[in-house]
Ligand binder design. Structure first.
Ligand code: NCD
Length: 319
């Protein structure tokens, strides 16, 4: 396991990226550097409680065109923990409603001397487009169903904290794989670090094509459960679906919800994860969500550390 304390005084020369757009294009070494830097920030700040003013004088903007609780709050807090100023933008209440284009809005925000712009948007590729148009660093905080790289990183960091090695672990992503950006970022990150990844859910939400990425496709949670070291329970993304993928939520829960009965048939040390927001009684029952194997709130804390690491690597390199 690589949990070397990374240097948080100087951005290493091995970090050459200007943006964080996805995990698909990162190398195993780059992913490991971000995770090690996140661990260093956790150490240096008493678990992200205290400030380190390594980015004082920088400005980090958050542009959110979709709802968010954890991601937005932790990007904002991470920037402030690093001593940076923050600028919050929400589509509602902005001049977009007066006809300004998305790119013009982003350029105007950049003109307020912004060093890093974190963007969440319903359209896949939006952060990639911004990265071509802007001078500042762009961070993808979720582009439609495509990727959510910092979610993938915080999930992997959480697993790494509880296990010796990512390599060799069997991690199942359960639920709405078709519409989940968390699934894609987890798949790329976990596979690069050597984990075996299973995607599991109803056939309407998990197509056989996923095998082309090198993951195992399963539709029967009970059959794969005894082999799993980690379960990441993904929300059903009703807002991205045009037709109902299963007859009822009750039927989905019967087949795929992680509950007490399934816990009794899982490995004793299985890790139960979820990116949040969780729908209690749908993908997970309350006793499992709040139970001893759940690391769901650790994921949230690690989100702060990962976002500090990402902002520091990108803005620190510019400094
Ligand atoms: C996820 C998202 O928005 O992609 N949540 C998050 O960022 N923590 C997952 C979801 O909405 O289900």
């Amino acid at each position: 396991m690589s949990t070397e304390l990374a240097d948080i005084e100087h951005v290493p020369e091995t970090w050459t990226r200007d943006h964080l757009l996805d995990l698909e294009s990162l190398t195993k070494e780059e992913i490991t550097l971000i995770l090690d830097t996140a661990v260093s920030f956790k150490h240096a700040t008493d678990g992200c409680r205290r400030k380190v003013a390594t980015l004082s004088g920088c400005t980090c903007a958050n542009l959110f065109f979709e709802n968010s609780t954890r991601t937005r709050a932790s990007f904002s807090l991470a920037a402030r923990r690093l001593g940076a100023d923050t600028l919050e933008f929400s589509a509602s209440g902005s001049s977009l409603s007066k006809g300004e284009t998305f790119i013009d809005t982003a350029r105007n925000i950049q003109a307020m001397n912004v060093d890093a712009m974190t963007v969440r948007h319903q359209t896949p590729g939006t952060p990639h487009l911004l990265a071509q148009q802007l001078e500042c660093s762009v961070i993808n905080a979720g582009d439609g169903p495509h990727e959510h790289p910092t979610q993938g990183l915080l999930d992997i960091l959480t697993i790494r904290e509880h296990r010796e090695e990512i390599a060799g672990l069997t991690v199942a992503l359960v639920g709405d794989i078709a519409h989940s950006r968390t699934a894609r970022s987890n798949i790329w990150g976990l596979m690069k670090l050597g984990a075996r990844v299973i995607v599991c859910g109803p056939s309407t939400l998990v197509s056989p094509q996923w095998q082309e990425l090198g993951v195992e496709v399963a539709h029967d949670l009970d059959a794969i459960l005894p082999r799993c070291d980690v379960l990441n329970l993904l929300r059903i993304q009703f807002e991205r679906q045009f037709t109902r993928p299963f007859p009822s939520v009750r039927e989905y829960a019967l087949l795929y919800a992680m509950n007490r009965d399934r816990m009794s048939r899982a490995k004793d040390d299985i890790l139960i994860m979820a990116p949040g927001p969780i729908n209690r009684g749908v993908e997970i029952t309350p006793d499992v969500a709040d139970g001893p194997q759940s690391v769901i709130l650790d994921q949230v804390t690690n989100g702060l550390a990962v976002r500090m690491a990402v902002l520091w690597l990108l803005c620190g390199k510019r400094k």
